[in-house]
Design a binder for this molecule. Structure first.
Ligand SMILES: [Fe+2]
Ligand SMILES: [Fe+2]
Length: 293
């Protein structure tokens, strides 16, 4: 289900590029979408209960696996997904996992939480067919940044749970904007037929749109900060700095999406002395396992 990480459709070639000048048509689309999403009549997507429960999982030291298993078992397709991930090359140890509880034991709570959130968000952001390649590319990018953030967290003793969640949802705003466009395909038909313009519009809007949705969904404050600030020029918060580095790492490993333009040098600055090429190669090898999911 996670598929390969190769971003489809709008895959980025890996070069780090400057923020583009928007065309007049792109500026109009940005204005229309911003106004629409700020309008009192706009109904933003609701955070599914299962994602809300998942957010509480890793912060509860008393939680036992049976409680988490019971959340997953309420949805048979979700339960099947957990079993398939637990039996994939990345997690498979010995015989197959045959119950949700054994799948969870194998994956660990952080990975389980992230899979629950990823699956829940997929259901929220159901998108019209012409946008599916962009959505898939964005999903693969989010998984790569989440994995990269968890990987890089070891260099600065940053909480791996926060890192992985922040990586997973850092471009939440892009999904929100795509959903808005997808629900109004007749209004945005020019944008739907122009991948470059769509990327430019997503770039312009995704941090602000994501920050608003994250606030509404009451995501943890450190994660909200990442969503709002990960493309700011001056980065100081350690988790934001980490995600900017993971964003660049994903792009260097060609797991980027065209709309997202990480800061050049964010990875080297984060590593502060360690060789970015060595770290990128090591992460690439790890991604081979993730791609087997
Ligand atoms: Fe971004
Ligand atoms: Fe990104």
């Amino acid at each position: 289900m996670w598929g390969v990480f190769h971003a489809a459709g709008v895959a980025c070639e890996g070069e780090l590029v400057e923020k583009p000048e928007l065309t007049a048509a792109e500026k109009r689309a940005v204005e229309l979408i911003s106004k629409g999403m700020e309008s009192p009549s706009f109904q933003p997507p609701i955070l599914p209960a299962v994602a809300h429960e998942a957010l509480l999982i890793s912060k509860n030291p008393d939680l036992d696996l049976r409680q988490v298993a019971s959340i997953i078992e309420k949805d048979s397709s979700l339960a099947a997904r957990f079993l398939s991930v637990a039996n994939s090359a990345l997690y498979r140890r010995g015989g197959p996992a045959t119950s949700v509880k054994s799948a969870l034991t194998r994956m660990g709570l952080v990975a389980a939480r992230d899979l629950l959130i990823y699956a829940a968000l997929e259901k929220v952001f159901v998108i019209a067919k012409p946008l599916l390649p962009t959505v898939r590319a964005l999903g693969h990018h989010s998984l790569a940044v989440s994995s990269g953030a968890g990987y890089l967290a070891q260099y600065k003793r940053i909480d791996i749970e926060d890192a992985s969640l922040a990586g997973l949802v850092h471009d939440l705003g892009a999904s929100a904007v795509l959903k808005y466009i997808s629900d109004r395909t007749s209004v945005f038909k020019d944008l739907l037929s122009n991948a470059k313009a769509l990327c430019n519009v997503l770039w312009e809007l995704h941090s602000v749109a994501g920050a608003k949705l994250a606030e509404r969904w009451e995501l943890p404050p450190p994660v909200r900060k990442v969503i709002a600030e990960h493309h700011d020029e001056e980065l100081t918060d350690p988790l934001v700095v980490l995600i900017a580095a993971a964003d660049e790492l994903a792009l260097l490993c060609k797991k980027g999406v065209e709309f997202d333009r990480p800061q050049e040098g964010a990875l080297a600055r984060f590593l502060d002395g360690a060789d970015p090429d060595v770290v990128t190669d090591a992460f690439m090898m790890r991604l081979v396992d993730v791609e087997a999911l």
